[in-house]
Design a protein around this ligand. Structure first.
Ligand code: FES
Length: 107
């Protein structure tokens, strides 16, 4: 994986209560959620109707987000459409650089 494609993300001092931290990198809106000690990065855009998952999407249990428009469910770790409508949520590799910085690969 090209090192040049990794972009830094500052970890906020207060993590969002929604567990959906929205960042914009190179014009792409990316959500970051944390489960256990793991971070997961995924597209803010629902692959079905294109709505923003950070605006009303709900993480119902570990790694599962429900889209606010039609309630399709996606695993934010794998992108799998677990409610079986045949879509895939774009996910991105993410790694911890230190206690304050994450890096995600958006390409
Ligand atoms: S727009 Fe997200 S499930 Fe339809």
């Amino acid at each position: 994986m090209e090192e040049a494609n990794w972009f830094p993300v500052q970890i906020p001092t207060v993590w969002p209560s929604s567990n959906i931290f929205l960042v914009e990198i190179e014009g792409k809106k990316i959500c970051i959620s944390m489960f256990g000690n793991q971070y997961y990065a995924y597209s803010d855009i629902c692959p079905h109707g294109g709505v923003s998952l950070s605006e009303g999407g709900i993480l119902v249990k570990e790694c599962i987000i429900v889209c606010p428009l039609h309630s399709y469910k996606f695993n934010v770790k794998t992108g799998r459409n677990i409610s079986d409508e045949g879509y895939k949520l774009k996910t991105y590799p993410i790694r911890v650089l230190d206690n304050h910085i994450l890096e995600t690969n958006i390409l």
